[in-house]
Design a protein around this ligand. Structure first.
Ligand SMILES: Nc1ncnc2c1ncn2[C@@H]1O[C@H](COP(=O)(O)OP(=O)(O)O)[C@@H](O)[C@H]1O
Ligand SMILES: CC(=O)N[C@@H](CCC(=O)OP(=O)(O)O)C(=O)O
Length: 305
């Protein structure tokens, strides 16, 4: 009797939920079986609820038949730990000057702290996530990176430029139904030391090497601002060539992010997106809106169609 009386009300609340699920169907059909590399930036990991919502979104994608790979950052967390050790954080060309002493801390924070936390949050939903760094199974190999600043090559210590990617371990995890969570540390080819790699750069390189469909970069701004810091007008869509022209004008954290997006789309990734990780469930919002919520970079030929 009670059950029968409840039925119309229950249907009333369930129907919009069913419609929402159905709305996602074309997107899910298109992306089933596709690899999506998601970069979670340290600045977007600001509170516990956001981190838990991020984990839910990634697990949702996994259960919906996609193959998510998480690459995480941890810049602010590294800076805080260096500070605790009385070491100063210095950035040149958007990259951390990394002494061998600082490298120990970078590795400890990324692999021992941030990665562990994300793996834990994902695994609250089942035995899904497996953490690794670029050192594991030769996933990322690098040489010393020396950026050019005002025409001069500058020594910024143990910062790596990726020279090789072995996707074997990540592919094996994906084939086993797992969610790889990768820290942006690379090995040197002679195995004598490790390098600190910017997490945006690592995510882009992995996305290209894996033949990913999408690279999603979650950060602490809405997207790429047209005239930062003077305006908050977000560029919603741009082609690789348009982005290439803009690159020399970009500043700080956006440089590796947008260089990464360019590298990824030029390397065969269909879309690279920068989205606001401060918005709860930003990954799912990106899926449910055709035009996306942040900045989308597409290959040149896409615009010509
Ligand atoms: N054109 C731009 N549009 C948006 N943000 C920009 C731009 N240029 C520089 N930035 C800066 O880049 C930051 C994002 O990079 P970063 O701090 O490295 O974040 P994350 O930890 O997510 O990698 C923004 O918070 C903003 O301060
Ligand atoms: C070489 C270099 O700068 N490495 C970065 C690695 C972490 C990172 O990229 O973290 P976010 O994504 O949070 O910025 C660093 O040491 O901060």
């Amino acid at each position: 009797m009670t059950g029968a009386a409840n039925t119309p009300a229950r249907r009333h609340t369930a129907l919009p939920k069913a419609r929402t699920l159905i709305e996602a169907l074309p997107w899910l059909t298109r992306h089933r079986g596709k690899t999506v590399v998601i970069k979670f930036g340290g600045n977007a990991m600001v509170d516990e609820e956001l981190k838990a919502a991020f984990a839910q979104d990634v697990v949702f994608l996994h259960h919906a038949g996609l193959r998510p790979v998480v690459v995480h950052g941890g810049g602010p967390q590294i800076s805080a730990q260096l500070d605790r050790h009385g070491l100063v954080s210095e950035f040149r060309a958007g990259l951390r000057v990394t002494t061998p002493e600082a490298m120990d801390i970078v590795r400890m924070v990324l692999a021992g702290q941030v990665q562990r936390e994300l793996v834990g949050l994902l695994n609250a939903h089942g035995p899904l996530a497996v953490g690794l760094t670029g050192e594991d199974a030769h996933t990322m190999t690098a040489v010393k990176h020396q950026p050019r600043i005002d025409g001069e090559l500058v020594d910024i210590g143990r910062v790596g430029e990726i020279t090789g990617i072995d996707t074997g371990a990540i592919e094996a995890l994906l084939a086993d139904g797992r969610i790889p969570v990768v820290s942006s540390i690379a090995r040197s080819a002679d195995d004598t030391h490790v390098y600190n790699v910017n997490a945006d750069t690592a995510a882009a390189a992995l996305a290209a090497a894996l033949g990913a469909e999408t690279l999603m970069v979650l950060t602490d701004v809405e997207g790429l601002y047209e005239d930062w810091p003077h305006s908050d007008e977000v560029i919603s869509r741009l082609t690789a060539s348009q982005l290439e022209k803009l690159l020399p004008e970009l500043a700080s954290g956006m440089v590796p992010k947008m260089e990464g997006c360019l590298y990824a789309v030029r390397g065969g990734v269909h879309t690279a997106r920068v989205i606001d990780g401060r918005v709860p469930h930003s990954i799912l919002l990106e899926i449910f809106t055709d035009e996306g919520i942040g900045t989308m970079v597409v290959p040149d030929e896409e615009e010509a169609q």
